[in-house]
Write a protein that binds this ligand. Structure first.
Ligand code: GDP
Ligand code: MG
Length: 243
């Protein structure tokens, strides 16, 4: 069996968790040879996030330090799978597409796969101002990192866990999303961006558009001109055998 960890950061998402956790198609995945664990990272929620996640059979990891990046740091530390898949706890990301996404990861033989939400079909699921900000941040990110990624802010990634061990992602907040993509691509891992469906958010938005956008801008420049050190050089000690 291959092993998959689905890691979901959650800050006060109790009402969304039944839909989100139950949308992970564990039986279909098992039939395809994937043993799946679902990890919900409770990011110091003040609602029943932890209890609801546990009742749904998810593994609950507690991260007392708030922040989207902090949540992922704790979740990835706990993840046991050879492959990690991610997404928000807000009903926007299609966890039901995981069988297809894993098929693509394997068939295309890539190590880091990210997803693109910025398509006409998804337009109604994103506020216009967020769409504009996503296009602008993604364009700047492409200009600085030359990796061609269309959606630098998508929160759904599917990747081999050794990629996480090979990158040094420092962001504790929302900039974590662009940083992991830019770090993985710059480190020389084989990568791919695939289109996904994006659905209407349920519950309260946790993103704080202006400060989070500004933090993203700062992080892009800081990362681009950071002295190399944490990330491994692109062309050495490459190529792990896929699981
Ligand atoms: N913004 C934010 N989200 C967090 C935090 N901790 C966990 N999360 C979760 O991370 C996901 C992203 O937040 P969301 O409001 O959906 O941001 P958006 O998708 O960029 O609009 C959600 O599942 C949140 O519950 C945090 O400290 N801040
Ligand atoms: Mg979201």
């Amino acid at each position: 069996m291959n092993t998959l960890s689905v890691v979901i950061p959650a800050l006060n998402e109790a009402p969304n968790l039944p839909t989100v956790v139950n949308s992970v198609p564990t039986s279909a995945l098992r039939a395809l040879g994937w043993e799946t664990e679902v990890i919900v990272v409770d990011n110091a929620s003040t609602d029943d996030t932890a209890a609801v996640a546990a009742a749904l059979g998810a593994t609950v990891v507690s991260q007392p330090e708030r922040g989207y990046g902090n949540a992922y740091h704790a979740g990835f530390r706990a993840a046991r799978g050879d492959v990690i898949a991610t997404g928000d706890a807000d009903c926007t990301y299609p966890f039901d597409s995981l069988p297809e996404l894993l098929g693509t990861l394997t068939e295309a033989d890539v190590e880091f796969m990210t997803t693109n939400r910025l398509r006409r079909e998804n337009r109604s699921a994103m506020k216009r101002s967020h769409t504009v900000a996503n296009y602008a941040l993604s364009a700047l990110s492409r200009a600085l990192f030359r990796n061609g990624l269309r959606d630098s802010q998508s929160g759904m990634w599917v990747f081999r866990r050794y990629v996480w061990d090979g990158v040094d992602v420092k962001s504790t907040g929302m900039a974590f999303s662009q940083e992991i993509k830019n770090a993985a691509t710059r480190a020389g891992y084989r990568y791919l961006e695939v289109p996904i469906e994006y659905r209407n958010r349920q519950g309260e938005v946790k993103l704080n558009a202006l400060p989070d956008g500004m933090a993203n801008l700062r992080q892009l420049f800081e990362h681009r001109f950071r002295r190399p050190g944490g990330e491994r050089p692109a062309r050495y000690e490459r190529r792990h055998t896929p699981a």
